[in-house]
Design a protein around this ligand. Structure first.
Ligand code: UFG
Length: 342
């Protein structure tokens, strides 16, 4: 039997490259596309080392239907698409909303148009728990209403989900699973792939590892006066490899999903505070972090973690790895990056 061929947009990115590794492990053939505007080939190189062979890679911009068509023409046997290609910096999206709307909405619309031309009917979409804002009920389930998005980035994720829902209503054959990620952290256990933040990291774990290695002087914990057990924010951190595996399960589900548009939370269901994560990093690595508590970061959600009932029921998936695993792997990746830079 021929291998399932899966188009992976944003395949050179953090989640895309890790997912490609899991697709290969599951016996599928990922075809990677990425415009490399927010990434470079280093994760693809790591992926090739992990898989022991070259990957099919196209440097194209997903917004451009002409470029997309060339890939679809070359691979008439594609069975499905996983769409990661998007800009993801919350702060940048506030400063440059049009850039985010054009890029994140434009690439999805072009992709759907070209999929329609080629009668490709299966799509897994990279969504985010950011669509919920601060939910009224936590753990949050997929029925929770979307709150007004704080950032243009969040708004694009909400709008992309709406576009997909509308399309599945209009096109009887189209089937879409939107995976709403909680906070992905960590790196591939091989040390060959991990996060590559551009400039100063906004996200907590790359900031922690860069402080630990000496690239940053000090970590600031944004607020300790929240209504949480230790006063710092609560999140649902999930190992990137667990997250990647959820995509394989989503592809397996897609044909038999109860609904043509299926949003599914991808989290561990376990709340962990920012302070707890910082302390766990220190105990797992033995590195003493230079940190202090600063003011709250505007726009931060106080607490959010996943109700995992649906992911377990429909995907038969739950997290296997721990935050300790994720922090150890993230630290190994940071050390490897710093050796490579020497
Ligand atoms: N934090 C700090 N110090 C830092 C960085 C972060 O204290 O230097 C805190 C934040 O205040 C927050 C927590 O760590 O309480 C997590 O912050 P991240 O920036 O790592 O993650 P967010 O939960 O804010 O947002 C992330 C992604 C979004 C995505 C969202 C939900 O950045 O793209 O998760 O998926 F939408």
């Amino acid at each position: 039997m021929s291998k399932k061929k899966v188009l992976v947009t944003g395949g050179a990115g953090y989640i895309g490259a890790h997912t490609a590794a899991e697709l290969v492990l599951a016996g599928m053939e990922p075809i990677l596309v990425d415009d490399l505007s927010r990434s470079n080939m280093s994760l693809v190189e790591g992926l090739e080392q992990i898989c022991g062979r070259k990957m099919l890679f196209y440097r194209i911009d997903c917004k451009d239907p002409i470029q997309l068509r060339t890939v679809f023409h070359e691979h008439p046997d594609l069975t499905s698409v996983i769409h990661f290609a998007a800009f993801k910096s919350v702060g940048e999206s506030v400063l440059q909303p049009l850039l985010y709307h054009r890029n994140n909405l434009g690439s999805l619309v072009s992709l759907l148009e070209v999929m329609k031309e080629f009668s490709l009917k299966h799509l897994v979409f990279s969504s985010s728990c950011t669509v919920y804002g601060q939910p009224d009920v936590i753990p949050v389930n997929e029925e929770a209403p979307f709150k007004r998005a704080e950032s243009a980035y969040g708004a694009t994720k909400q709008m992309c989900e709406r576009i997909l829902e509308d399309e599945t209503k209009a096109d009887e054959q189209l089937r879409v699973v939107s995976l709403r990620y909680f906070n992905p952290i960590g790196a591939h256990p091989s040390g060959l792939m991990g996060e590559l933040p551009i400039g100063t990291p906004n996200n907590l774990v790359p900031f922690i590892t860069q402080t630990a290695i000496g690239k940053r002087e000090k970590l600031t914990i944004f607020g300790n006066d929240y209504n949480t057990p230790d006063g710092s924010c609560l999140r649902d951190f999930i190992h990137i490899v667990d997250l990647a595996q959820a995509h394989v399960k989503a592809l397996q589900l897609i044909d038999t999903a109860p609904s043509h548009y299926e949003p599914i939370n991808v989290g561990s269901g376990r709340p962990v505070s920012v302070l707890e994560l910082v302390n766990t990093f220190m105990s797992v690595t033995g590195v003493v972090l230079n940190y202090s508590v600063g003011p709250r970061r505007p726009g931060d959600i106080e607490k959010v973690y996943a109700d995992t009932t649906k992911s377990f029921r429909l995907l038969n998936w739950k997290t296997k790895l721990t935050i300790e695993d994720a922090l150890r792997d993230a630290w190994n990746w940071e050390k490897r990056l710093s050796h490579a830079a020497d």
